[in-house]
Write a protein that binds this ligand. Structure first.
Ligand code: 3HC
Ligand code: NAI
Length: 678
């Protein structure tokens, strides 16, 4: 069955694209589409053309799996030119999302018709490239520079309404009528003598404000720092206003080739596929079909319980939160409401959507109210005794097929499962704070967790918009276990002469949104600190004792002003110096390079151990955890991909130079010249 078919509706040739799952423009599709364009050109009976698609979207764009390979003709730019050069009008019918090459195809057509659910975008920048099939030159000519810039540089799609308002869509029709309306539109325009041709238009770029590019660069400078693709995107749009179309296109191609072969795009493409791969569990039996989940119970309305609840409420699940005390329950529900109201104020939710989400929520102080839940997630204090007590109770209350999950950060999920009569129904669901925002979810597979429970957890994660990664049971699972290695070294570096601000800067220069000490100040230094048991045994303890508990107390590793601007603290320096003397370590100047190596290489090494032990299924899962849960800069691909890029022999040599542990897997792969990501 061809992926592109043609049918005749009188004088209109209807070209239908059908290449599931996302109608990507693979070589096969481009060839078939080129044949359809030839058919339209050569058949005198054809007076107009409709391009449409089957499936749940118009197209996800070019086939990303073909990137980095030699180009095969017809290339997408060639195909789009041939559509634009047809001497018959072409109407494109956008039955849903049209991204990247899908949007560029639409720009090559004379007329664009969509449905309310249509979204149009050029997300190439997110995979480290720029639109390479005319998008940077045609879009500004169709919608103007001011509108084109954010679409191309942020990569975020626009709604059908917005698309129509800026001239990217000519019409919006009801989904069930799209095909017929497109054909009618084609008949209507077939008689016209002239049609808009995107590449030939100048009306939207003649009048632009020349200061717009400088202003855009300045406004986004911080966000775009160090990234190759957004810089080229802006430059390409600017060139669209300065050069004739053909010369602009030649520059676009040059930039595209440069970016697509570059390390940043390779890393971002890795991240794209890694996230999708992470959702798959190797060796899962075919009969492990997800269980239906409609009612979710949550125990604990604290920081995590409330955020976790919001995920399910927003996705339309019924949620019951159970607390041990009314006050905590009221506080928790109040915070959920406040968060939703804030989202509504920013225009990201309507008042009706907020009410609908809140309408799914019930609260209780009685565990019995969890009896009819399909899934219960425990988010109480991080103490094994309490968790065991909770799971013991759940075991007597939950219905037989219910899944019982713990949001524990570090505790042994097997031990928790063992205190129930149904350990196969127990799983770890490790959300990240703030749980309503962070995309990562570690799904912790206990030794006895059933395949069906795992399949359900992965399926559910997708439904609530999370990126799920499977982790085996170990202290801290994938993410926190690796984080601990970084923190250990961060503290060591202080004892040897580095300062918090230097360590943080090295990591932010690398691309992290914040360094370890900024992170500690944000989270609170007193997590896990007990005022009754404190014994001034570490820098952190002393800081807590002195009331320096992080941003919330106005001071931690840094001092904060009323605008949360931080400055290094003499008091902290003195505490560090005191401990450094006690540790007997010589103080010295430590280079940024050494800090980077000692912060990042031990994490790679821990990742290798995690792989070796089978805690992670694959190296790319570790990358997914770090990019989505801990702010690892995506344009370096995550810790394991980054190690592959700089060379495992380099990492090995660095670890040895600093006298650090080397995992056998890392040593072996380095010796063989292999990579983690294959
Ligand atoms: N090329 C190849 N495969 C793609 C693809 C693409 N453009 N887009 C998605 N896929 C694959 C995914 O890897 C996944 O494969 P799997 O089932 O084997 O894991 C499958 O299609 C389904 O994808 P999702 O799970 O992501 O499906 P969703 O429905 O959640 O999302 C989507 C659909 C919004 C289209 C999303 O897949 C997406 O954002 N795709 C990438 C869009 C993009 O970056 N387009 C630009 C491509 S570059 C381009 O066009 C260059 C041009 O300018 C020259
Ligand atoms: P929290 O202290 O904010 O909330 C815990 C809530 O549980 C409190 O409201 C408390 O009243 C309630 N509670 C305690 N015992 C209970 C019981 N027996 N029955 C019903 N309710 C009970 O704690 P937080 O931060 O939400 O952490 C909860 C869990 O999530 C812990 O296991 C923690 O390790 C984990 N976690 C925390 C993260 C964070 O950043 N805070 C991140 C990821 C996981």
């Amino acid at each position: 069955m061809s992926k592109v078919t043609t049918t005749r509706e009188g004088e209109v040739l209807v070209v239908t694209l059908d290449n599931p799952p996302v109608n990507a423009f693979s070589t096969e599709v481009r060839n078939a589409m080129a044949a359809a364009v030839d058919e339209a050109a050569n058949d005198e009976g054809v007076k107009a053309v409709v391009i449409r698609a089957e499936g749940r979207m118009f197209s996800g764009g070019a086939d990303i799996t073909e990137f980095g390979k030699p180009p095969v003709h017809p290339t997408l730019p060639e195909l789009i030119d041939s559509i634009e050069n047809l001497d018959k009008p072409v109407v494109v019918a956008l039955n849903g999302t049209a991204l990247g090459g899908g949007c560029e195809i639409a720009l090559g057509c004379n007329y664009r018709i969509g449905i309310p659910a249509t979204k149009i975008g050029l997300p190439e920048v997110k995979i480290g490239i720029l639109p390479g099939a005319g998008g940077t030159q045609r879009l500004p000519r169709v919608v103007g520079v001011e509108e084109a810039l954010p679409i191309i540089v942020t990569g975020n799609p626009v709604s059908s309404k917005k698309a129509e308002a800026i001239g990217l869509l000519d019409r919006i029709v009801a989904p069930e009528n799209l095909r017929q309306e497109a054909i009618a539109f084609a008949r209507e325009v077939a008689g016209r003598s002239e049609h808009p041709v995107s590449s030939k238009r100048t009306d939207r770029i003649d009048q632009h404000d020349p200061g717009v590019f400088k202003a855009f660069r300045e406004k986004n400078a911080r966000r775009l720092k160090g990234l190759d693709a957004p810089a080229r995107c802006i430059e390409a749009v600017e060139l669209a206003t300065q050069l004739p179309y053909d010369e602009g296109i030649a520059k676009e191609r040059e930039f595209f080739m440069e970016l697509v072969m570059g390390d940043q795009s390779k890393a971002l493409r890795h991240v794209f596929f890694a996230e999708r791969q992470a959702g798959k569990i190797d060796g899962l039996p075919r009969d492990a079909v997800p269980l239906p989940i409609s009612k979710v119970g949550i125990i604990g309305a604290g920081t995590m319980g409330g955020g976790i609840a919001m995920n399910f409420l927003s996705a339309g699940y019924d949620v019951t939160i159970v607390e041990r005390e009314q006050e905590a329950l009221d506080r928790g529900v109040g915070i959920i409401r406040k968060n939703y109201d804030a989202t509504a104020r920013k225009g990201r939710m309507s008042a009706e959507q907020v009410d609908k989400a809140m309408g799914h929520l019930t609260t209780s102080l009685d565990y019995q109210d969890l009896a009819d839940c399909d899934l219960v997630i425990e988010a109480v204090f991080e103490l094994m005794a309490i968790k065991k007590d909770v799971f013991g109770k759940l075991d007597t209350i939950c219905k037989p097929e219910a899944i019982m999950a713990s949001n524990t950060s570090y505790l042994d999920v097997n031990e928790i499962a063992a205190c129930t009569s149904r350990p196969e129904q127990v799983v770890g669901l490790h959300f990240f704070s703030p749980a309503n925002i962070m995309r990562l979810l570690e799904v912790v597979r206990g030794d006895r967790t059933s395949p069906q429970v795992m399949a359900t957890a992965m399926d559910l994660a997708k439904k609530i918009g999370k990126v799920a990664v499977v982790s085996g049971v170990c202290h801290g699972f994938i993410g926190n276990r690796m984080l601990a290695k970084r923190q250990e070294q961060a503290s060591e570096l202080l004892m040897e002469g580095a300062r918090p601000a230097q360590v943080d800067r090295v990591l932010t220069d690398f691309g992290f949104p914040m360094g370890p000490f900024q992170m500690a100040d944000l989270a609170g230094l007193d997590i896990g600190w007990d005022p009754d048991k404190t014994s001034s045994s570490s820098v952190r303890e002393v800081l807590c004792e002195r009331g320096r508990r992080g941003q919330k107390t106005g001071k931690g590793f840094y001092d904060y002003d009323e605008n949360r601007q931080r400055t290094p603290s003499d008091e902290v320096d003195a505490v560090i110096a005191d401990f450094a003397v006690k540790s007997g370590k010589a103080q010295r100047d430590i280079s940024d390079e050494e800090i980077r190596e000692r912060q990042l290489y031990p994490m790679v090494n821990e990742g290798a151990l995690i792989l070796e032990e089978g805690v992670a299924q694959r190296a790319s899962d570790i990358d997914t955890v770090w990019v989505n849960g801990y702010g690892w800069p995506p344009h370096t691909g995550g810790p394991m991909f980054w190690a592959d890029t700089i060379g495992l022999d380099t990492v090995l040599a660095g670890l040895e130079k600093h006298g650090m542990e080397v995992s056998p897997l890392l040593r072996d792969k380095a010796a063989k010249g292999e990579t983690f990501n294959g």
